[in-house]
Ligand binder design. Structure first.
Ligand code: NAP
Length: 244
């Protein structure tokens, strides 16, 4: 990696799906994009695809569940750029054996929290010193509408019957972290927001999802590129504030 005055964005879980598309769209806006991946060969393949589209992209190994991997990634970014302008916490998992609150195995709940919540917190804490060195850092936490307690409690909500306790509560925790961090950073130029990408055709979203990845990345890109006058501590889908 070489020193650069271009804005630097790191996207976790960017070797495929919404993360890869977020990297592509930020690259098209002129960012140097660091394609976070837990498997470096898959990350390199994704980054070279973007480089083939004349975008400034490079793979960076980052397993969000591994403390040593997170530390090494932060060290590499520090050494190469000395700062980070945008962090998109996109890496996430779902599980087939997720479902009812009374019977979803605790191991599934733990696995989901390990990546979707603890991983996100750990990456954010490790990257924050670098983001503080940006002229105006942006942190995007990729949540889901399935993390909304208000929607889940409303019998008229379209998601009322879509209850997967492990995934949903891990995203509710992401929302809580977003509000807490935004509060802590309220007197800085750093903005922290949660994104619902929509229901998107990916390995996680499935082929029946209505949105293509290009649309699915839009909310993350919008929040990653907010102006200094933009909001912090919110929960958005395509510019619309969602109920918590
Ligand atoms: P996806 O295609 O399955 O991609 C998930 C990405 O996360 C992959 O790159 C995966 O890497 C990575 N990942 C998983 N565990 C990781 C770990 N421990 N460390 C680093 N990376 C890890 O899913 P997606 O639909 O693009 O999802 C992206 C985000 O959007 C997730 O947070 C998801 O919860 C959220 N979301 C998606 C939808 C939807 O409809 N698709 C809706 C709402 C929210 P590997 O390739 O190595 O597995």
């Amino acid at each position: 990696m070489a020193n650069s005055e271009k804005r630097i964005a790191m996207i976790t879980g960017a070797n495929k799906g919404i993360g890869l598309e977020t990297a592509r769209q930020l690259g098209q806006l002129g960012f140097t994009v660091l394609v976070g991946c837990r498997d470096l060969s898959r990350g390199k393949e994704a980054a070279s695809k973007l480089a083939g589209e004349k975008l400034d992209a490079q793979a960076i190994e980052l397993d969000v569940t591994s403390e040593s991997s997170i530390k090494a990634a932060a060290g590499r970014i520090e050494g190469a750029f000395g700062r980070l302008d945008v962090l998109v916490n996109n890496a996430g998992v779902g599980a087939r054996d997720d479902g009812a609150a009374s019977s979803t195995p605790l191991s599934v709940v733990r696995r989901m929290f390990e990546t979707n919540y603890f991983g996100l917190v750990a990456v954010t804490q490790a990257m924050l010193p670098l983001i503080r060195k940006s002229a105006g850092g942006r942190i995007v936490n990729v949540s889901s509408i399935l993390g909304s307690i208000s929607e889940h409690a409303d019998p008229n909500s379209v998601i009322y019957q879509m209850k997967m306790v492990a995934y949903d509560s891990s995203k509710t925790a992401v929302n809580a972290f977003t509000v807490h961090l935004a509060y802590e950073l309220r007197d800085t130029k750093i903005k922290v927001n949660a994104a619902h990408p929509g229901w998107v055709k990916t390995d996680l979203g499935g082929p029946q999802a209505p949105l293509e990845v290009a649309q699915g990345a839009k909310t993350s890109v919008m929040l990653a590129t907010l102006p200094d006058s933009g909001p912090s501590g919110g929960y958005y889908h395509m510019g619309v504030h969602l109920r918590w």
